[in-house]
Ligand binder design. Structure first.
Ligand SMILES: Nc1ncnc2c1ncn2[C@@H]1O[C@H](COP(=O)(O)OP(=O)(O)OP(=O)(O)O)[C@@H](O)[C@H]1O
Ligand SMILES: O=c1[nH]c(=O)c2[nH+]cn([C@@H]3O[C@H](COP(=O)(O)O)[C@@H](O)[C@H]3O)c2[nH]1
Ligand SMILES: NC(=O)CC[C@H](N)C(=O)O
Ligand SMILES: [Mg+2]
Length: 540
């Protein structure tokens, strides 16, 4: 018997904060440590039903308060028969709610309800053909022999009483099972991954036919609820909004403007790491076109001097997070007081920055720390503001829809993301004024060429990175010894995974020629051909 993989959350979440409380209908995903838990939530949200991921420790009592229409148990790295393998509150089986167990989730259902799970003779990893034995409810409109994606070493060898077989594969006799009366379902495969051809149909059947949900998770419903919630939370107090001009904080500015009007003050911190001409453009756009006043804070000196000599990426991020807060507090003293600080924090920021594996705001389990996004991991413990982060549970594509629906112009809705720490995390190693100028000029060329060729919307991000090493070159018969610039141009759906873009060679050629010829201090351009994973999008 193996020892279990320890999942991060050791205690039940103390507080379960959920958009579902505002939603009439939601499906809860209980996370047993799968790589795909968030993906299940996304797939359900694509069917216009609200869904979010909670810790497997969430109790039946906590779930009752959220009043979900159904529950999905995710997969997970453990074997259910391991000592210490994660289990759910057994009371959940008696709630009378439809439950779908996926992989580990199904194995747990079987084990806890009296069946048997054991190590399979042969595991299944990758594609498998699924043969349907009972084409009713869960498998309506799913073709017999369809491809489903598998990733398991254990199998159900005996179903609990009352359960019936729904489907099998060549290697797995019990690939899908159900207790129809109790609306308990289990599938050994992963319907949430794109390789599972009938996956979406199955998810729709669960959501619409079995849980009897209606498509209530629409952008309009989110906006309406968010506005109601913001008003209830903030009352007549004033809110300081951290505005970068990016998609998320601009969407939030429009949302807050709608919700609380004059109680809102937008502040833009010029940390000295913005791209060329960016601060001027942002101020002009907001003040002249949107008629939303923006307080401009020049904090360049402070940021640069506090980063002097710092080379460690996490240290940089922490210092930047701290300096942002200092700048907000200073602004609050000058123009406030403000009780609330609003930020355009998104779900991926929270997932990637969590340093304790638990969302500090909600106590929920999130995956291991990759890097501290300044707006989450960089926050001090004794933050004087209360946070307003209504986009915290949304993915980028959902924020874009929200922005568009409340009148944010396409020009901003479609903008590539730009990280809060800006060019500071695109200069590897120490940040100096000279390096910043070089990177700004190189970055401008990348953006100009991508824009002029009508390629902007083909990519998720397209930018330059400066490396702190130098290499030898030859220009005009002279030896050069200068920095290389890395081009990072990627495609992505939500920033969680990404691929390097197959940019046409002639475009790469022009960008490379222009950078080496026009930017003093650079004699070489290289193209980053790493996907995420294993790379991340930014270099630090
Ligand atoms: N220069 C800045 N001044 C004020 N607030 C900022 C600044 N940069 C970032 N922030 C705050 O940090 C949050 C997170 O930054 P992030 O870059 O993820 O979002 P964004 O800039 O709003 O959108 P995008 O991802 O499209 O760039 C922002 O939503 C904003 O609230
Ligand atoms: O506001 C931000 N503050 C940060 O600290 C930060 N770090 C990364 N990013 C952006 O997030 C997305 C994923 O980036 P990574 O693959 O580098 O983690 C990409 O779109 C990055 O540009 C940040 N945004
Ligand atoms: N993907 C999963 O949920 C795997 C479950 C279990 N660890 C198995 O190998 O069968
Ligand atoms: Mg940004």
């Amino acid at each position: 018997m193996n020892t279990a993989v320890t999942l991060p959350t050791e205690q039940a979440p103390q507080k379960v904060e959920s958009l579902g409380q505002l939603n009439r209908q939601m499906i809860v995903i209980l996370d047993f440590g799968s790589q795909y838990s968030e993906l299940i939530a996304r797939r359900i949200r694509e069917t216009q039903v609200y869904s979010e991921v909670l810790s497997y420790r969430t109790t039946a009592e906590q779930l009752r308060q959220l009043n979900p229409k159904g529950i999905i148990f995710s997969g997970g790295p453990n074997s259910v028969y391991d000592t210490g393998a994660p289990r759910c509150d057994p009371e959940i089986w008696n709630m009378g709610l439809p439950i779908l167990g996926v992989c580990y989730g199904m194995q747990l259902m079987v084990q806890q309800l009296g069946g048997e799970v054991a190590k399979a003779d042969r595991g299944e990893y990758g594609k498998a053909s699924l043969y349907i034995d009972d084409p009713t409810d869960l498998f309506t409109n799913v073709e017999d022999g369809t491809t489903m994606w598998m990733s398991h070493g254990d199998s159900v060898i005996q179903m609990p009483e009352q359960f019936e077989l729904l489907a099998h594969t060549e290697n797995t006799p019990c690939a899908a099972i159900a207790d129809h009366d109790k609306k308990l379902y289990g599938v050994q495969f992963h319907p949430e991954v794109v390789h599972s051809v009938g996956g979406i149909a199955l998810i729709r059947n669960f959501v619409y036919h079995i849980c009897e949900c209606e498509p209530t998770w629409t952008t309009a419903a989110f906006v309406e609820q968010a506005i109601r919630e913001i008003r209830a939370r903030v009352g007549d107090k004033r809110v300081l909004l951290a505005l970068s001009g990016g998609v998320d904080s601009s969407t939030l500015a429009f949302l807050l403007h709608k919700a609380i009007g004059d109680q809102l003050t937008c502040v833009f911190i010029d940390q000295g790491f913005m791209r060329k001409y960016e601060p001027e453009r942002l101020l002009k756009l907001f003040q002249e076109q949107f008629h939303i006043p923006v307080e401009y804070v020049n904090a360049r000196e402070r940021f640069i001097s506090s980063l002097s000599g710092i080379t460690d990426p996490e240290e940089k991020r922490r210092i930047i997070g701290r300096e942002f807060i200092i700048a907000f507090e200073e602004t609050s003293r000058r123009l406030g007081p403000f009780d609330y600080l609003a930020q355009g924090t998104l779900y991926p920021d929270v997932i990637e920055s969590a340093n304790t594996n638990v969302d500090p705001q909600t106590g929920e389990r999130v995956a291991v720390k990759i890097k501290s996004h300044h707006n989450v991991g960089g926050l001090p413990k004794d933050l004087r503001f209360k946070l307003v982060e209504p986009l915290r549970k949304l993915f980028k594509d959902e924020v874009r829809k929200v922005g568009r629906s409340i009148g944010l112009p396409e020009e901003i809705v479609q903008r590539h993301p730009f990280p809060g720490p800006g060019l500071a995390i695109r200069i590897i190693g120490e940040i100096t004024a000279e390096r910043l100028n070089i990177l700004r000029d190189a970055d401008l060329i990348v953006r100009q060429e991508i824009n002029q060729r009508g390629l902007y919307h083909d990519y998720w991000q397209a930018f330059a990175v400066l490396l702190p090493v130098r290499s030898v070159g030859v220009m005009g018969d002279q030896r050069t010894y200068a920095y290389p610039i890395v081009l990072r141009i990627i495609t992505s759906e939500d920033g969680m995974t990404a691929d390097w873009a197959r940019v046409p060679y002639d475009v790469l050629e022009v960008i490379s020629n222009r950078i080496v010829n026009e930017v003093k201090g650079v004699n070489r351009v290289v193209y980053d051909i790493t996907s995420k994973p294993p790379g991340t999008i930014e270099w630090e």
